[in-house]
Design a protein around this ligand. Sequence first.
Ligand code: 26V
Length: 818
Amino acid sequence: MNHAAEPDFEFDHPTNTVVALRRSIANRLVYMVGKDVQSATQRDWLFAIFHAARDRVMDRWRETRRATHAQDLKRVYYLSMEFLPGRMLGNALMAVGIYDETRAACAQLGADFDQLLDLEADPGLGNGGLGRLAACFLDSMATLGLPNMGYGIRFDYGMFSQRILKGQQVEEPDGWLEAGNPWEIMRPEFSYSVCFGGRLDPDNGGVHWIEAEEVIAVAYDYAVPGYELGSVSTLRLWSARASHAINLDAFNKGDYIRAMEAKNASENVSRVLYPDDSTEHGRELRLRQEYFFVSASLQDLLRRFLRDHGSLDQLPDKVAIHINDTHPALAVPELMRLLIDVHRLTWDKAWSLCTRIFSYTNHTLMQEALETWSVDLFGRVLPRHLRIIFDLNAHFLAELHARFPNDNDLLRRISLIDENGPRRIRMAYLSVLASHRVNGVSALHSRLMVSTIFADFAQVFPERFCNKTNGITPRRWLAQANPPLSELIDARIGTTWRRNLDELGALRDLATEPEFNNAFQLAKAQNKRRLAERIARETGVVLNPESLFDVQVKRMHEYKRQLLNLLHVITRYHQILANPHANWMPRSVIFAGKAASAYYMAKQVIRLINDVAHVVNADPRIGEKLKVVFVPNYRVSLAEIIIPAADLSQQISTAGTEASGTGNMKFALNGALTIGTWDGANIEIAEQVGLDNMFVFGLRTEEVAAVRAAGYRPRQHYESNYDLKLAIDRIADGAFSPAEPHRYHDLVNALLDSDHYLLLADYADYVAAQDKVDALYRRPIEWARQAILNVAGMGVFSSDRTIREYAEDIWNVKPINS
Ligand code: 26V
């Protein structure tokens, strides 16, 4: 029934005054939550405010959908296994422009607004940079008014929450939905059947998929409000429900409990996020998750398209599908299946549509992180898709053979099926083959991409490959996370930098103006006090807010070299002990990050950081000259507190390994100086802010390759560098683990025998760069000047710039005309 057509269907559009907000919150508390001022818990208040805020997004949400439909605009569908949107309430209130008004309304109602904001669960539906990038992109697409929808999985349990027990990481489940979620809207009318297993029917040419198990995907929608409600996008997450067909059989036989077990098993598909940012080979549930959300998303977008358009010919004019890393690459065979088996298109027609619709972003060059699936497993779970991939490969290799008749090795190398050993499907190759554009995420990464993992494809399809340097949303990462600095900037250059970040360039002229320079230092000091209080509360470690805050926060990975940072910490400790009365610049070294639960080396590094922190922080000879702390459970909401408080940003991956990094951008935007290698987007940051305003050190990509080619011997560095040898010897002899002296035996041996990421080769230059950091920090005005120049140079790293480039060069989509 279409209520909107009925003459008496009237409703009140909410207004945004403090009085109106106060009434809305009270109404929502009474009529939605079912409480009143006397009985309301903190959570009740939070929900009431949430609903009042959502009411103010609804009109624009409906209007966005109506206008996209009425203008028949091309849409982007952003397929991603991971989204890390962060808390939604503060962001929504700022997008609507009622943050201060809502705080005032709460004060009048006697509710503590700031405390309530901190109560919201932080949706951890991702591992790290890749998921957070997807969230920044949705924010930018909404702000720019680009018609789009994000598709992903509504995991019941997101990224594990991390506790530190006796110095070690302990993982605990993150039941972020357990207390209910006031922002999501269940849309059971959008439910789709997704099938697994079964077999192909030989009687029907072997292409009919029969006897499969069925799971139902149910849509849950999240409004993504753009800044000043530019438009409101939708993030649609799929949750698995058992199909009734499964249960009925057992139920009818009287076995209710068995029926319920089957129900649970099939709903497991959306139960939990894989907490590995590496690919887990051969994990069937992961394959099912990928197919589950891709199939539901494609059925949903085809339904929407066919509702509005007669013929599938127009599909590429109205639909762009983006594959965020290879996790959604099953979209390729799934779209082929839907077009051929369901919509009865010919193979050639279907393939020609696919290659105009798909685009793909590669996010890592690490061999071990490139997704492949065993042909055996794949064939058991998705027999029809395996057949499609084989047929695709046959077509592709036949064409190639015609183009390069004498190069049989090329065919072997480039095949979608890796035949070295038990056969595996190469998902990255499948993604490249189907996409009209393939991009890397920084200039260096994109260059390396076409010279290494996709070198053969770059020969065959040179026009497909391009670069789209990552970006971050200034709304969350400056306006929301850093009120003191935002207010300062607003007062001097106005407020429109939030949607045009290049305006920060105007701060260059203020860098040496004493009043601004000083106010900038005060803003940083305020953020440092806020962080110090938080760290004291959570860990008991008391930091001096006047010390240099030296920060490395990111996933724990050997290639990110948290251990190199720690080697410098140990060296500094020894140097202070050797020379206690020298004029040391006090430093607080802050770490945070999760290790994949099965990643032994990464977990050892966490433990060593905590052991070193324990020894250093308790040493009375050190006092405030050096403090070390590991802050547990790094996540978006913690990043929003840590990043604005940093003086120094550590971006120290081995050159050629960090595809881009986005934390590096967040720190610089918040006025930290970077100590970093010539890697990922660090290089482009240096180009924008100037090499003089950054501490660059270490081997470059080509030098890393040369050192390895010449037969790298880490022991040479160990033996010839006194400080380095001392640091490693102390780890090895149990100085930081006296109860268990050999605790770090494996770590030390890995360093001395192989040191795959060249920590020892970069150590001396890193320590020298750290000495320059101290020297500059002794000159606070000069330090602040350089930090301001960093902020001023960050315009290009707005995700708005990134998304405009995707829209023009990849998706060919235009904004809503409003
Ligand atoms: C996984 C693994 C697993 C095995 C060991 C090495 C390794 C390295 C990276 C990964 C992550 C794969 C995908 C990913 O999250 N990439 C990240 O994407 C960000 C957004 O583009 C980018 O800023 C990060 O540099 C990149 O690591």
